[in-house]
Ligand binder design. Structure first.
Ligand code: SAM
Length: 346
C-alpha cells in the first residue's frame, strides 16, 4: 500500500461534487464478504462464509491510476482526474481513509490507499473496495495486479473462516521493529496482529527468521553463485522454503512462487530439463493460489513447465546437469522424490 505521493496545490472538487450532496454508495455486493466497522481499525472486510485457499475474493477495476510524482504535481493531476469522474466515483475516492490530512488532501488519500500496479511499479491504483482491506503481518489474502485485465485481485492464501477479517500485508516481511515503524509512519497504527503480539522471545525468533529469509533471498539472487555453485544455490532455495514454512505456517504462495522460479532458473541455466519443469510446475501451482489461472505470470510458468528449454537462459551457464534428462523420477516415493528434486543425498 501507498506509492509515494507528493502534493502541493489546494485540492478542489469537481463542480458536481461541490454543488450537490454526494450520493451514498451502495455497499459492494459479494456473497463472500461484507464491509464492517472494526473496533480500532475503521472499516474492514469480514468473511460471510468459509473461503477456501486459492479462492478469488474480489477482482476490481481501479477508480484511478496515478504515477508517483512530487506532491504539488500529484495534487493537480488528481484534481483533474477527479473532475471527470462520476459523482459516485468521486464519493468513493473521497470516502477512503486519509492518514496524511493537511495541505494535500487528494494526495493523502493516495498515499494511504494506493496499491502498486505490479511488483516494484511506481504507478498505483485506488479501488473502492480493495482499499478497505486492513493489514496483518500474517495475512490470509494476497493482492495482485493483473496486467492483462487491468484489475487488482485478492486471493485467499489460506482457508478463511466465516466471521474472520480478510487481511493483506502492507509491509515487506521485515523484522518487527522495521515494519512497525513503517506501519506507524505511513498508516498511523500500532500493529497488534498475532505476530506483533507474540511474547518477546517468540517475537525475537520470528525477527531472526525474517532476517534470515531476506539474507537467503539476496544470496539466491547472486548470479555469480548461481553460475559457480548451482548446487549450493538450490540448497538455499530449499532452506528458504523451510524458513518460510516455519514463519508463516506454510510458505506464502507468492514467496513460494518466487523461490520455485529461482530454483527453475538455476536448473535451466545448467540445462536440467526435468527439474526445471518440476520447479516451474510448483511455481505455476503457487501462482494459481495467489493470482489465479488468468494471471500473466501464472500462464508464463505454465509455458515453462511444458517446455523449460523455451526460457532464454536455457543452458547459458553450463550443460553440466544435462544428463538428468535421462533420469525418470516417476518410480520414487515422496521422500526420494524431494531428495532427487533438490539434488540432496537421501
Ligand atoms: C487502506 S486503509 C484500510 C481501510 C480503513 N480501515 C478504512 O476504514 O478506510 C488503511 C488504514 O486502515 C487502518 N488499518 C489498516 N490495518 C490496520 C490494522 N491492522 N490495525 C489498525 N488499523 C489498521 C489504518 O488507519 C490505515 O491507515
Amino acid at each position: 500500500m501507498g506509492i509515494d505521493a507528493g502534493l502541493d496545490a489546494v485540492p478542489t472538487l469537481s463542480k458536481g461534487a461541490e454543488s450537490d450532496e454526494l450520493p451514498k454508495s451502495p455497499s459492494p455486493r459479494s456473497d463472500l464478504f461484507e464491509v464492517q466497522q472494526i473496533p480500532g481499525r475503521g472499516r474492514g472486510l469480514i468473511a460471510l462464509r468459509d473461503i477456501a485457499k486459492g479462492t478469488r475474493i474480489i477482482s476490481e477495476t481501479p477508480l484511478l491510476i496515478v504515477k508517483s510524482m512530487p506532491q504539488p504535481a500529484l495534487e493537480k493531476t488528481l484534481a483533474a482526474k477527479l473532475k471527470v469522474m462520476s459523482k459516485e466515483q468521486q464519493r468513493q475516492f473521497l470516502s477512503l481513509h486519509n492518514n496524511h490530512p493537511g495541505q494535500y488532501a487528494f494526495g493523502g488519500i493516495v498515499k494511504t490507499n494506493a496499491l502498486p500496479c505490479g511488483s516494484g511499479s511506481s504507478t498505483g491504483g485506488i479501488y473502492p473496495t480493495i482499499c478497505l482491506i486492513n493489514h496483518s503481518c500474517l495475512p490470509n489474502s494476497h493482492n495482485n495486479w493483473n496486467d492483462d485485465h487491468k484489475t487488482e485481485t485478492i486471493h485467499a492464501i489460506k482457508p478463511i473462516q466465516a466471521g474472520e477479517e480478510i487481511t493483506i500485508d502492507y509491509s515487506h516481511g521485515d523484522p518487527s521493529h522495521i515494519r512497525q515503524q513503517h506501519l506507524r509512519q505511513s498508516f498511523g497504527f500500532d500493529c497488534q496482529c498475532t505476530v506483533c503480539s507474540l511474547p518477546q522471545r517468540e517475537l525475537k525468533a520470528s525477527d531472526t527468521r525474517r532476517l534470515q529469509t531476506q539474507r537467503l533471498d539476496d544470496k539466491i539472487g547472486d548470479p555469480t553463485r548461481m553460475l559457480s555453485q548451482p548446487g549450493a544455490s538450490l540448497a538455499d532455495c530449499r532452506s528458504l522454503l523451510r524458513l518460510l514454512e516455519e514463519e508463516y505456517g506454510e510458505a506464502p504462495a507468492s514467496s513460494a512462487a518466487r523461490l520455485y522460479y529461482d530454483a527453475f532458473q538455476i536448473s535451466v541455466a545448467h540445462s536440467d530439463r526435468p527439474r526445471a519443469s518440476m520447479f516451474a510446475e510448483r511455481a505455476y501451482r503457487a501462482r494459481i493460489v495467489c493470482e489465479g489461472e488468468d494471471s500473466p505470470l501464472t500462464q508464463r510458468m505454465k509455458r515453462f513447465m511444458d517446455n523449460p528449454a523455451s526460457h532464454n537462459n536455457f543452458g547459458v551457464y553450463s550443460t553440466k546437469w544435462k544428463g538428468s534428462d535421462k533420469y525418470s523420477p516417476s518410480s520414487l516415493n515422496t521422500t526420494e522424490f524431494e531428495a532427487w528434486l533438490w539434488r540432496r543425498a537421501n
